[in-house]
Design a protein around this ligand. Structure first.
Ligand SMILES: Cc1cc2nc3c(=O)[nH]c(=O)nc-3n(C[C@H](O)[C@H](O)[C@H](O)COP(=O)(O)OP(=O)(O)OC[C@H]3O[C@@H](n4cnc5c(N)ncnc54)[C@H](O)[C@@H]3O)c2cc1C
Ligand code: FES
Length: 284
């Protein structure tokens, strides 16, 4: 086995792929809430992805990647036996795993993969775990069985009603609390607007909210300032101070603005990739 080699590849749906990678040093020290930075080519971008699972004995880590632009599309075309050029990590501050009481973990789309290690660690710490898994439609709900394995209750929901309850994660959370579930803390990962509204609702329902922020990152070690976010009026770097932050006072609108800053360049990069590889990605 070679360092950074892909040992397993599983297509979870049209746009999401699970990779098991040989990376013993990361596997030995990974903790819930941390991430790695991947590069797929010598001239490639540095792309942060969450450590979804790890096995210190086998020396493997698991990442789950959604094709969204040039680099993630390239990664998801990799096959078993291929290698990433770099796997840097573990990066970021691990989540504070302790006994909160009853916790909810809320994942949207590929965010379901990102909340899985958090649900697992919180369950092991003795919490009652209520997991809410949201997506636009049935095919985009991933890891349901794995989430059931680490949760006391698992509540899938889809915007179009094709699977689980019809509605958004905020509807399901509100209903669950109205039905009598008393929840002490909540952890949400997904698209930024979803994290914004879920965090706000959690605060209104007296649930201590935490959200994992996904600004554009470069070095991932606190040097470049690229991943700057504003939390409780203070500038924080998501790569070292986060990515999970207490979410009552996050400036989500600034995060939306900053992650949209390179839309033009991202569109051009996809178009050039399609031209060079004579393929149609069908994104953007
Ligand atoms: C801490 C963290 C953990 C993440 N975990 C996962 C994960 O487990 N699975 C997953 O599929 N995605 C994850 N992401 C998001 C992933 O990094 C982006 O989807 C990816 O960088 C997009 O690159 P691209 O070239 O394919 O797309 P592009 O077309 O370049 O970008 C699409 C969008 O992705 C975001 N983005 C672009 N470049 C970066 C970058 N260098 N860093 C962060 N965001 C960027 C921007 O919002 C951009 O608008 C995570 C992001 C962060 C910050
Ligand atoms: S990515 Fe450079 S400071 Fe966080």
């Amino acid at each position: 086995m070679r360092e950074n080699e892909i040992l397993e590849r599983e297509q979870l749906n049209d746009v999401v792929v699970k990779f098991v990678i040989y990376k013993p040093l990361v596997a030995q020290s990974a903790r819930a809430g941390q991430f790695v930075i991947l590069r797929g080519a010598e001239s490639g971008e540095r792309i942060p992805v969450t450590l979804v699972d790890w096995d210190a004995q086998k020396g493997t880590i698991t990442v789950i990647i959604q094709s969204i632009g040039k680099s993630t599309f390239m990664f998801n075309s990799f096959k078993k036996g291929d290698e990433f050029v770099n796997v840097l990590g573990p990066l970021g501050t691990p989540i504070d795993i302790k006994k909160y009481g009853t916790v909810t973990v809320v994942g949207g789309g590929v965010g379901i993969a990102e909340v899985y290690p958090i649900a697992k660690a919180l369950k092991q710490a003795g919490n009652k775990v209520v997991s809410i898994l949201g997506a636009r439609t049935k095919d985009l709900i991933i890891l349901e069985e794995e989430m059931k394995g680490v949760s006391d209750r698992t509540l899938p929901c889809t915007d179009d009603g094709s699977y689980g309850q019809k509605g958004m994660v905020t509807d399901i959370l509100k209903q669950t609390v109205q039905d009598g579930e008393k929840i002490d803390a909540g952890f949400v990962i997904g698209p930024i607007p979803m994290m914004k509204f879920t965090s706000k609702l959690m605060a209104e329902l007296n649930i201590e909210p935490y959200a994992s922020l996904n600004p554009i990152m470069l070095d991932g070690t606190g040097m470049c300032g690229c991943c700057r976010v504003t939390v409780e009026g203070k500038v924080r770097f998501a790569c070292v101070d986060g990515p999970m932050f207490p979410a009552r006072h996050i400036d989500f609108d600034e995060l939306i603005r900053r992650t949209s800053e390179y839309k033009g360049e991202e569109k051009n990069a996809v178009e050039k990739y399609e031209k060079d590889h004579k393929c149609k990605i069908g994104l953007h």
